[in-house]
Design a protein around this ligand. Structure first.
Ligand SMILES: [Zn+2]
Ligand SMILES: [Zn+2]
Ligand SMILES: [Zn+2]
Length: 326
């Protein structure tokens, strides 16, 4: 069984021993209408008035994390590990196998964003899950092997390292300046106006100052808010759909593979509460969407930049390497 191990050098949690089971339905897309029997029962579906589903969410066939009673945190000498307790769900975004995000209608976006929000809110009820991660990989370069448009929902007890870093830095900024780091970034980007791609009254999209990927783009609310899932105002949601769909049309003109992640507040009020500053994350964290294109020239970076997932355990790896005849 897969387990979570903490890298003692970086503090990062890694999923080790994750094996995928190959589906026996070769050639059939399990996410297409009529093939629902190839996937687990839906957890949640949005339907049209004829009863056909439009967006569908179910437990992943090959879950990276599994719902279990116990984390069983344990040590092994100096090392820390725990069970890969969590949830892994898949959201099929659309009935169409071939549509990409630049083909989506405003309603497609709205339903998808609502499903994201609903799943985050539902999974946050389980206090064992400290973080709910939503991401989407589009295109073969991202390692996605089912082409039908879909997203993943991962809920985990461990915080993805990038989120931990973002929270740590926004907290330092808040302690020093008594302001939200992301609000300050938005102000600075608006002032410099060199990396702003677009803006409406509630949202801004920018290519971040220290982009990791060519054409990396972030969408941020221009008002301070720590959690995406608590965005309920209909007008503001429509503005998000507007800027999101416009950006995706532009991105898809330039690249055919990308990862999208939503960075929203974790399921904890504060982290690092053992130090003197008790500052709720809601005060200094600011939700945003990151669009990370995977250009063929830069595809070295695989999709697991937030969570490393390794199929072979280091014990098995060492054994195989030793047994190799050289
Ligand atoms: Zn399909
Ligand atoms: Zn802010
Ligand atoms: Zn982020």
């Amino acid at each position: 069984m897969a387990e979570l191990r903490r890298d003692p050098v970086t503090g990062n949690w890694v999923v080790v021993g994750y094996k995928t089971v190959k589906s026996d339905s070769v050639g059939l897309c399990p996410f297409c209408p009529e093939n629902e029997h190839l996937t687990p029962k839906a957890i949640r579906e949005y339907k049209d008035k004829d009863g056909s589903w439009l967006v569908r969410c179910f437990s992943a066939i090959n879950p990276i994390f599994v719902i279990e009673a116990d984390l069983k945190k344990r040590g092994e000498g100096i090392y820390d590990k725990m069970n890969n307790v969590g949830a892994h769900e898949v959201i099929v975004e659309n009935r169409s196998h071939t549509k990409t995000m630049s083909d989506y209608t405003d309603r497609d976006y709205l339903l998808l964003l609502e499903m994201y929000q609903e799943r985050i809110l539902d999974l946050k009820k389980d206090k064992r899950f400290n973080y709910i991660q939503i991401f989407k990989n589009h295109g073969e370069l991202t390692g996605s092997y089912i082409m039908h448009p879909h997203s993943h929902v991962l809920s985990t007890s461990a915080l993805p390292q990038r989120i931990e870093l973002e929270i740590a830095h926004s907290k330092i900024h808040y302690i020093q300046k008594e302001r939200c780091l992301f609000c300050d970034i938005i102000k600075e980007e608006t002032r410099q106006n060199k990396r702003v791609v677009s803006m409406n009254s509630s949202f801004i999209s920018i290519c971040p100052f220290a982009s990791r990927f060519p054409f990396e783009t972030w969408i941020l609310p221009r008002f301070h808010a720590d959690s995406f899932e608590n965005l309920h105002d209909e007008g503001t949601k429509r503005e998000l759909v507007g800027i999101f769909s416009d950006i995706m049309k532009r991105i898809e003109k330039l690249t055919n593979a990308y990862t999208i992640v939503i960075h929203s507040s974790p399921n904890v009020v504060e982290i690092g509460s053992h130090d003197e500053e008790h500052i709720p994350i809601a005060e200094h964290f600011h939700w945003h969407i990151e669009i990370l294109p995977r250009d063929f020239r830069t595809s070295k970076y695989k999709r697991e930049d937030e969570f490393y997932v390794v199929s072979i355990t280091p014990e098995e790896a060492a054994k195989s390497l030793k047994e190799e005849k050289v």
